[in-house]
Design a protein around this ligand. Structure first.
Ligand code: PFF
Length: 444
């Protein structure tokens, strides 16, 4: 018999563990900073409600209905669609290859904070710490490797185990820690400019590029479009209420992302950094915020431990998709699959790791390797996966069948009519339009 989550809480912990990660803490604030602030946040929320949340329910329903991980799930309903599972595997390889780069930075910063080397509010000093790391290939690769090794080590042990238990302590702790940073950040002189930047939309900033990034950010953040949620949903019990379960995860995820935005962007303005600082933003800002408070260094160490934990619970969910493909579909061993895939992802990630320092050249248009992987994963692959998911659940499985599955636990789905319209028409059309622009942007 297949494993089941020990309870619905098990699923919620694992799925929110997958959703809440570097996407919220690191990517959301810098993406907001690069895309003009409030306008990006507004689009993000709009896309989340109209596209992300309906798709989350679609993914969980598909998983539970078929009781199979993503490849089997598509294949069992229509053989021609099994390629979507393969697309998810490719996507997992690419995301994880640059995710492990950033995971490596987190470990490096954890080490540096342990040695008290980040205790400064001086922007120039903190910029130079990051620049030194970016220009040190051996350190970058060592920490990236370490992050992948931890991820592989955990995936080797199967889905349940210690992670589920640890999440119960680590996730609430992360939440409390972010609240502490928010309070400190908001009490800095000049922080209100950052709050305004985040929440007062400048509509002239809205354009197709901002829309592509906002939609890509939604899919990246809630882990939709590569099969993670379908796979996790397949372990749910028929009794579980899919409607509440599928709402809790995006709501929690967005709460953390917005809080991370309030923790970082007001401090950016108050301490004289630039909001357009890019991928390094979190790493230069937060040490400065902590350095300006009592016992700051201790908090900084704790914070990086929690960020690392959140990153690992996301990275294992990505690796799991790839490993389960080779185990279930290709009859390969779990241990050898995890190790080989881990090594391949590490190798693919090397150019991304080096591209902010030694290999800082453009490979496509204005993109270096790191940006290329990021845009390819979020704006092209995840968005394609999400588009196909909506077509599949809307038209192949059909929303009628999906609603039957949703209601099989005995709850009435009151928004069934609206959800059907969203999944069959609104989501494919909106995502389709943005996707075409993304393809165009990519090849032009
Ligand atoms: N949602 C994760 C984050 O926000 O850090 C990243 C991620 C995990 C994306 C799993 C996609 C995925 F399937």
């Amino acid at each position: 018999m297949r494993d089941k989550w020990t309870s619905n809480v098990g699923f919620i912990l694992a799925a929110s563990g997958s959703a809440i990660g570097l996407g919220n803490l690191w990517k959301f604030p810098y993406n907001t900073g690069m895309n003009g602030g409030g306008a990006f946040v507004l689009l993000y929320l709009l896309f989340l409600i109209l596209i992300g949340m309906p798709l989350m329910l679609a993914a969980i329903t598909l998983g539970r209905r078929t009781q199979l991980s993503v490849f089997g799930a598509y294949k069992s309903i229509n053989k021609k669609w099994s390629f979507v599972g393969g697309l998810g595997v490719i996507c997992g390889f690419i995301i994880l290859s640059f995710y492990s780069t950033v995971g490596g930075w987190v470990i490096y910063y954890l080490k540096s904070s342990l040695f008290g080397q980040l205790n400064s509010t001086n922007p120039d000093f903190l910029d130079s710490v990051l620049a030194n790391l970016f220009n040190s290939p051996s350190e970058l690769l060592f920490y990236q490797f370490l992050f992948m090794a931890i991820t592989v080590g955990i995936v080797l042990k199967g889905i349940s185990g210690g992670i589920e238990k640890a999440s119960k302590i680590m996730m609430p702790s992360l939440f409390i820690m972010i609240i502490i940073i928010v309070i400190r950040s908001l009490s800095l002189k000049g922080s209100m400019a950052g709050v305004e930047f985040l929440f007062v939309p400048d509509f002239s900033k809205i354009n197709m590029n901002v829309a592509m990034d906002a939609l890509g950010q939604v899919f990246f953040s809630i882990s939709i479009g590569m099969g993670t949620i379908v796979t996790y949903g397949s372990y749910l019990d028929k009794k579980d209420n899919l409607i509440t379960t599928s709402s809790i995860i995006p709501i929690l995820d967005t709460l953390i992302a917005i809080l991370a935005g309030i923790a970082i962007l007001p401090a950016v303005f108050a301490l004289g950094f630039e909001p357009t600082g890019g991928p390094g933003l979190m790493f230069v800002i937060l040490p400065a915020v902590f350095a300006s408070m009592p016992m700051g260094n201790l908090f900084l160490v704790l914070f990086f431990i929690l960020v690392l934990f959140a990153a690992i619970t996301s990275s294992i969910s990505m690796l799991e998709v790839a490993v389960s493909y080779f185990v279930d579909e290709k009859n390969k061993g779990r241990v050898s699959s995890a190790i080989i895939i881990g090594i391949i992802i590490f190798l693919i990630g090397i150019p991304a790791s080096l591209s902010l320092g030694a290999w800082d050249f453009k490979v496509l248009g204005s993109l270096n390797f790191f940006d290329l992987y990021d845009k390819l994963a979020s704006n092209i692959l995840l968005t394609t996966g999400a588009f196909l998911l909506s077509i599949f659940v809307g038209w192949v499985l059909t929303t009628k069948e999906a609603i039957k599955e949703i209601e099989s636990s005995g709850v009435k789905f009151r928004l069934a009519g609206i959800w059907s319209i969203l999944i069959k028409y609104v989501v494919p059309v909106a995502v389709g339009i943005i996707l075409i622009s993304s393809y165009w942007d990519f090849i032009k």
